[in-house]
Design a protein around this ligand. Structure first.
Ligand code: ADP
Ligand code: ADP
Length: 231
């Protein structure tokens, strides 16, 4: 089953000083459960592609379909993880992870067990009551991953999630991500991941397919099948 269908997607930002064409003629079909890495130089439109897929920015042309539905506004089927965890400092780790339930108008109490389970899965079981300030960068990103997974979205969009971490922590996080990905599949099977990175080795290590983008305007230069056996 296809979960993402991007057809001839174009996207232009309008700014005070003119327009910037960020994406042109993007065609990409992603099957449910695939792990896709997006690579390419800074400014080639990787972040924009994630935003358009999540419905956070409207495309200017073409069509974006997620799970059979045309995307015209921010969708709830996605979890997002950014380079910075952006945890709320005045809330405990647990309450940060519960945020998506609150924002969706659900009763956060009903998600407490799920949140604790996720935090345990990433080794933060003893840190649920801590403040984000008391956690290292890697631990904060683990908490951000739990937050993104709270409502069990079929689609996970990750924008250089480990880009700010040191190399060792980053390698750990990559292994961790593959493990968590394997263990949080849900009934429908594995989650689908779009993962933006500057690192080609990281892209190849993680993904089933690597989408290579070129800039000005952002286009898909090639799509490489990796298909390595997983650890
Ligand atoms: P990448 O994630 O690959 O670095 P981006 O998607 O951030 O690329 O940016 C693609 C292009 O769109 C760049 O030329 C960038 O300057 C431009 N751009 C990104 N965000 C905005 C914005 N909010 N307003 C105007 N231009 C933007
Ligand atoms: P990245 O390359 O990691 O995607 P950028 O440094 O390109 O990040 O962009 C950081 C922020 O600035 C983003 O929110 C993006 O939307 C915005 N931005 C990028 N380029 C422009 C631009 N030309 N005009 C206005 N905002 C921009």
């Amino acid at each position: 089953k296809n979960i993402i269908e991007l057809d001839q997607v174009g996207m232009v930002y309008e700014t005070g000083s003119g327009s910037v064409e960020a994406l042109r003629d993007i065609r990409l079909t992603v099957r449910e459960g695939e792990f896709i890495s997006l690579v390419g130089p800074s400014g080639c439109g990787k972040s924009t592609l994630l935003r358009v897929t999540a419905g956070l920015r409207p495309m200017t042309s073409g069509s974006v379909v997620v799970d059979g539905v045309s995307v015209t506004k921010p969708i709830q089927k996605v979890g997002m993880v950014f380079q910075s965890a952006v945890l709320l400092k005045w809330r405990s780790i647990l309450d940060n992870v519960l945020l998506p339930a609150e924002l969706a108008g659900l009763n956060p109490r009903k998600y407490r067990d799920r949140a604790r389970e996720l935090l345990e899965l990433v080794g933060l079981g003893d840190f649920t009551r801590k403040s984000p300030n008391e956690l290292s960068g890697g631990m904060q990103q683990r908490a951000a991953l739990c937050r993104a997974l709270l409502l069990d979205p079929p689609l996970l969009l990750m924008d250089e999630p480990f880009g700010a971490l040191d190399a060792m922590t980053r390698d750990d996080m990559n292994l961790e991500l593959l493990r968590v990905w394997g263990e949080t599949g849900g009934q429908e099977g594995r989650k689908t991941i779009l993962f933006v990175t500057h690192s080609i080795p990281e892209a190849v290590f993680l993904a089933d397919r690597v989408v290579v983008m070129s800039p000005r305007p952002g286009r898909i230069a090639e799509i490489v099948d990796v298909g390595l056996p997983r650890p």
